[in-house]
Ligand binder design. Structure first.
Ligand code: CA
Length: 446
């Protein structure tokens, strides 16, 4: 599996840690660092009512370390300071946002980008749940147009009209990490919406990491063109460790069938997407690999692996006009359909070439005859005993019971592909790979 520029990622971590430890650049003249306790307490929003996001323990401990040293970090406490800081951002800067609700749009472009050695980081000083960026009905809340080497972290991003985060004009090496992104669909009529949208018509976004975010709807927009993450003409996106949920209930079909409430859709000639270790719950469609977009094939290369996809109303995974694809080690439970192999009717010559292996499926594949090579080493849950292999299917805990002998050590050897399970455990444990997203560790169950 290709790695997404780990060197750049470690540089991002270094910039952030340096800022959080108070050894960053001093604030610019005029910037306030007046972290008044009473104001902070009043401004901190309550946690979203939805399912818990990934743990923010690291951010919380970082905040605890701040103390008086906060004055040495570039920090903002007002919307005006935030806009000034973003506009003036230079490579190597970390912009720390004090708790509060900021009603504004945020824009990054070539003029306020980072570099491979010195990225720009924008994030909540006190961690996830303390800072809201509210687009207040503007088309896009956070726009990264031609931006590069920028990391956005620990923010609540909401209130936009069409999109929460938008990447275009060749944006590259952008990381969207550990944010909560929801309800950026205020425009009516709502004919296009994605919480995170990539658009490559004027320069393909590439090498974008979307990791450890919670992406969801608290309310559903009307219509039938809305998604969690949607991309046209995008290269090498890594979508990993996110919790996407409750993007569902379409009321129409203005464009493609697959636009309707997809949690992730990567289409229109996109290439090399990695979709791994996400939990995708209660969407209309979990993942659309390919789609009915603007090109053929709609997706080339990439991998969909080790995801948990459950309670999708229509389909867990749709494979639509894909070449050289891989769908490995996903666990699917209580979806309307498991994996649908869908013809792209606009392109009669289109094919679906994807290796579908080592998945736990809740139903047999739909139209498997349209797929090459033939699917292999998948396990279809029997309806009457669908919960049997799992620790607690009722609580959607899909780790394997020691008694799940139909799937433990029954997976095909996939070489170096999908080398870690949902929790990061190396595959295989025991004699061979396990089917599904979790690798059972025999020594832990004794
Ligand atoms: Ca095993």
């Amino acid at each position: 599996m290709p790695e997404l520029n780990p060197a750049a990622s470690s540089k991002l971590e270094a910039v952030w840690r340096r800022a959080m430890n108070g050894r960053g650049k001093p604030p610019k003249p005029g910037w306030g660092v007046r972290f008044v306790a009473g104001v902070l307490a009043a401004a901190a929003p309550s946690p979203a009512a939805a399912d818990p996001a990934p743990a923010g323990a690291a951010a919380a401990s970082a905040a605890a370390e701040m103390g008086e040293r906060a004055a040495l970090a570039a920090a903002v406490t007002t919307t005006a300071q935030l806009l000034e800081a973003v506009a003036a951002a230079r490579p190597g800067e970390a912009i720390l946002i004090a708790p509060g609700i900021y009603r504004t749009i945020v824009r990054f472009g070539p003029g306020n980008s980072g570099t491979a050695d010195a990225p720009v980081v924008l994030g909540a000083r006190d961690g996830l749940g303390t800072v809201v960026i509210d687009g207040d009905g503007a088309n896009i809340t956070l726009k990264l147009s031609g931006a590069a080497y920028v990391e956005i972290r620990d923010l609540e991003i909401t209130g936009g009209g069409y999109h929460g985060v938008f990447l275009d004009r060749g944006a590259h090496h952008v990381t969207i990490r550990h944010n909560r992104i929801y309800d950026n669909h205020r425009i009516r009529p709502m004919d296009s919406h994605a919480e995170i949208k990539g658009s490559g018509g004027e320069g393909r976004p590439s090498d974008i990491a979307i990791v450890e975010n919670e992406i969801f709807h608290r309310s559903h927009p009307p219509g039938g063109n809305f998604q969690g993450i949607d991309c046209n003409f995008c290269d090498r996106f890594r979508i990993e460790g996110n919790h996407l949920h409750d993007i569902n209930s379409p009321t129409g079909q203005p464009y493609s069938h697959y636009d309707r409430g997809a949690c992730i859709q990567m289409k229109s000639g996109s290439t090399g997407t990695i979709i791994a270790r996400n939990r995708i719950a209660r969407c209309h469609i979990g993942i659309v690999y390919g789609g009915e977009g603007l090109a053929s094939p709609e997706h080339r290369g990439g991998i969909v692996e080790s995801n948990l996809i459950h309670d999708s109303a229509e389909i867990a995974i749709a494979i639509v006009n894909v070449r050289d694809g891989q769908v490995y080690h996903n666990t699917l439970f209580n979806n309307g359909e498991s994996i649908r192999i869908a013809p792209d009717r606009r392109h009669p010559s289109s094919l679906n070439e994807a290796d579908v292996a080592n998945n736990i499926l809740d139903h047999p594949l739909t139209r498997p005859g349209g797929l090459s090579p033939a699917p292999r080493s998948n396990y279809v849950l029997a309806a009457a005993r669908a919960r049997a292999p799992f620790v607690d299917a009722g609580r959607r805990d899909f780790r394997l019971r020691p008694s799940a002998l139909a799937v433990i050590d029954r997976g095909a050897d996939l070489g170096a592909d999908a080398a870690r399970d949902y929790e990061g455990t190396p595959r295989p444990q025991g004699r061979a790979r396990d089917i599904g997203a979790f690798e059972h560790q025999p020594e832990l169950s004794r």
